[in-house]
Design a protein around this ligand. Structure first.
Ligand code: ATP
Ligand code: MG
Ligand code: MG
Length: 541
């Protein structure tokens, strides 16, 4: 046992905890409602909810809403919706702010125990005294002030008699420790902003370091699961529970999910959104869940990706390729295939009559016949993609070029280049010959095409490239945003079947989403006490 720890009281608290939990696992997912969740949170959600589920336990969704400035109603709603969209249902939905009274009482108790003091040094001086977080912390003149004085000053803080940044409550920890979290960490600060849920009742708000462990304790969390940055904070977490003689949950850490070429931080994403560098939180260049969802990423694909990464404490950055190949592997099983040309060039088949029209039945999936087929017409006039044609041939190029024969997906015969015309340097038309005379040449490559008379023009195709020019993005990431990261095509053509299929896909995704939600609700042991019932939409595939 550590000095100051009371083994008897520890054992009693542990027994009370077990009496309450009956030995069940209790976890929580504790997001700060200051933004939309990102792909990193999927990992945390899977670990928090998944660990409890695996052990027949329960997981809370706890909104860690102690910072009045950054929080907005829409974020609460969206976070709950995201948890449900991923297929999890909170056992209970709680708010750190529901504990403001209790936390305040414990802060007063901490002062009474001589383990906290009000410090009215300037914020800059507090930072300096804490050695700028680097070393050699020094005590300020308030550290040893009498308890009564701190109680009085804390009351004044509470009554709004101090402006922001002029007074804080600090825990009296251990300035000789090698751990900066023990250097009299701030427990309460003055904030004069109104709170989303408690309006202007409070002028002082507890910090993360004061709130988190105590809320875990109140909720009888058995496994407080968090990311490895919190390893050094564990000492302060335990110190505070011990200092107040309350049940002390055990904290366990796992590595954050980091993705190559981007960052996962609500605060930074918020900066991109507020400066108009992306369209909104659901801009598909972001890795927020709303953005991934908008891109058509199904929840199952996200769960599969995170599962594949596993859970360790080793910090690493996952390659984007890994995410994309995982996504592709998942969609491989469910996505119908259709043809589209982004930059169309007209192709005319020379050796067929004007009314030439051959129906071609194309399977929607090469390996899943049950998915059905669409019938497309192979006609005299077609469109192919500009990328699939070169005016100057080379031996390592297998698509259409002078002298080349190329296959058109599912078309009855390949075509061979005859000639092409240009206008102001732009290719306007390619003439080809259909190899339909029996001893047809064999094509080395197959390209996409759409029928000229049947093609449907797409008003706008948005093609997304990495948002940042550098990998990883620099600290002044705003200036690293690549203006070419969103490419827009306005001439693209698609097969007419696209519309009916897209509609079907959206309806299916919606159905799947509803079923998930229903299943999650049935599986959760006790009905949620949530008053908010979130609408669940399908993926906007
Ligand atoms: P952000 O920096 O994006 O605002 P955060 O770290 O402050 O996120 P919260 O939303 O406050 O996170 O926390 C919710 C939970 O999600 C925490 O337990 C946190 O550790 C976890 N989490 C956040 N980002 C990641 C990530 N990239 N990988 C895994 N878990 C994460
Ligand atoms: Mg946070
Ligand atoms: Mg963070």
């Amino acid at each position: 046992h550590k000095p100051g720890e009371n083994p008897q009281s520890e054992a009693r608290l542990k027994a009370q905890h077990l009496d309450w939990t009956k030995g069940k696992v209790y976890t929580r997912f504790p997001p700060e409602p200051n933004g939309y969740l990102h792909i990193g949170h999927v990992k945390a959600i899977m670990i928090d909810f998944g660990y409890a589920k695996f052990h027949g336990g329960r997981c809370y969704l706890r909104f860690d809403d102690t910072n009045p400035e950054a929080e907005e109603g829409k974020f609460f709603q969206s976070i709950l919706e995201t948890v449900r969209w991923l297929g999890f249902e909170p056992w209970k939905i709680t708010y750190s702010s529901d504990n403001f009274d209790r936390l305040y009482e414990l802060a007063v108790e901490l002062i009474r125990r001589g383990k906290a003091y009000v410090c009215t040094c300037d914020v800059e001086k507090v930072k300096e005294d804490r050695g700028g977080g680097k070393g050699n912390p020094v005590a300020c003149e308030h550290r040893n002030r009498p308890v009564e004085e701190s109680l009085h000053e804390f009351d004044r803080m509470k009554n709004g008699e101090y402006p922001e940044k002029k007074a804080v409550l600090r825990m009296k920890m251990d300035l000789d420790s090698g751990n900066p979290y023990m250097w009299d960490t701030i427990a309460y600060r003055v904030k004069l902003a109104p709170h989303h849920r408690t309006a202007d009742k409070w002028k002082i708000y507890p910090t993360y370091d004061f709130t988190h462990c105590l809320c875990d304790s109140f909720e009888n969390i058995s496994h407080s699961l968090c990311t490895v940055e919190f390893i050094p904070a564990r000492e302060s977490y335990e110190w505070l529970c011990d200092a107040l003689s309350v049940y002390k949950p055990r904290q366990y850490e796992f590595a954050r999910l980091n993705l190559q070429g981007t960052f996962l931080s609500k605060r930074k994403i918020a900066r991109l959104v507020s400066r108009g560098l992306v369209k909104d939180w659901d801009d598909p260049r972001l890795y927020t869940i709303v953005a991934l969802r908008r891109r058509g990423v199904p929840p199952g694909a996200l769960l599969a990706f995170v599962s594949e990464l596993g859970v360790t404490t080793v910090q690493s950055t996952t390659e984007l390729q890994k995410f994309e190949s995982c996504l592709r592997a998942y969609l491989e099983e469910s996505a119908p295939r259709l043809m589209m040309v982004l930059n169309p060039i007209k192709v005319v088949i020379d050796n067929v009559p004007d009314d030439y029209r051959v129906p071609v039945e194309v399977p929607l999936h090469p390996k899943i016949p049950a998915m059905g087929t669409v019938t497309t017409s192979f006609t005299k006039e077609l469109y192919i993609d500009a990328d699939d044609f070169r005016e100057v041939d080379s031996p390592d190029y297998f698509r259409l070029a002078p002298g080349k024969t190329v296959g058109l997906f599912k078309a009855p015969h390949p075509v061979t280049y005859l000639s092409h015309s240009t206008e102001n340097g732009r290719i306007t038309q390619i003439r080809v010959k259909l190899e339909n005379d029996g001893k047809a040449k064999k094509a080395k490559a197959y390209i996409q095409w759409v029928s000229g008379p049947d093609a449907v023009r797409v008003e706008e195709v948005r093609y997304f490239h990495p948002l940042f020019k550098s990998d990883p993005p620099p600290s002044d990431f705003e200036s690293d945003v690549d203006p070419k990261s969103l490419e827009i095509f306005t001439d693209a053509l698609i097969e007419p079947a696209f519309y009916s299929l897209a509609k079907k896909a959206i309806l299916n995704a919606r159905k799947e989403s509803e079923e998930r939600l229903k299943k999650a609700k049935e599986e959760s042991a006790v009905p949620s006490i949530s008053s908010a019932s979130a609408p669940v939409e399908g993926s906007e595939a």
